[in-house]
Design a protein around this ligand. Sequence first.
Ligand SMILES: [Zn+2]
Length: 382
Amino acid sequence: MQRFNYPTTIYFGEGALPACAQSIKEDGAKKVLLVTDATLIKVGIAKQVESELTSAGLDVFLYADVHPNPTEDDVEQGAKQYLQHQCDALVGLGGGSPIDTAKIIAIAATHKGPLVQFDDTQGGDRLINGSILPPIYALPTTAGTGSEVGRSGVIITRESNNKTIIFHPLLMPKIAALEPKLTEGLPPTITAATGIDAFVHCLEAYLAPGFHPMADGIALEGMALILKHLPKAVADGHDLEARGAMQIAATMGATAFQKGLGMIHSLAHPLSSECRLHHGLANALLLPFSIDFIEQSNLDTEQKRRINKVRQLFPDAAETSLANLCRTFVTQLNIQLGLKQQNVNQRQLLLLSQKAYQDPCHQTNMIPVTEADLLQIYTQAY
Ligand SMILES: [Zn+2]
């Protein structure tokens, strides 16, 4: 028996924001907590969303203290505001961080702490009562993480000082509104890095073993969209067609990766927690080397077919390897390869490979990897 999940309602394109505001009102909400961060206040997007929600007849309370790597404090402060104003719905506006924080505020406002008890790796989802969670709505302003269709949030808990995943099926936003103009202000470097993250979500999901033809189909089309539109979105941030295509592709990536991710994400995660690298950039720097490792391995006919299928999505596939195609794609987006350019110390590579091996994502890699393999890839990517 298999279980496939595709329940989030997605509003896509110009007008998605006012339509979502209207739906929140029609769903019966009266007071919403708008969860966002300082950057979105500064660029005026929070204000724009706030007035859209107000025009729909909602009372809006703003909580904008979410950090780039959200903490338990961020969640508790938000939950306090939520309860103080007697809110009845949450709107996450931003990249993965505010959307994840909105999800976990939904738990903190309705459950007794500490939050570490809900750690998914410890079976914490069993302690979450889904029936009392308030509805969550997501307005992504980046096109990468796909948190808007995800069923988990990640925060740094006080006890562990580690990134802790909190999961529950009902943390999935009720509506994800993909309004292209909300991503218009993303600078080219972040557009490229988040776009590569979305690409790697699709790629790793498609290469992951296991039967999930729906995820496979979504992943392939997601990659095709990214190959076509990411260079345009990087070159001209005001190209709303390219921006929109990247938004839907990022949502597709996160929908597809319920099938699993792979070694690239295991390698990328410690680079963020230990060396503060942007998650998408970390993925980009490891992508060509990881794919080269997979292609050099002893693959069976089906694995080769899958690699070839991805290869053919590239416009100039010709006789080149998928690793080379990925390398060219990344560098054409003005991402300079080399971990040493990012202030990663060579002496850290051993510790990083230990942490990467402990990360669960590589368990669904196309081929099994050892800690030594991961160290070898960090060394090549250095
Ligand atoms: Zn990712």
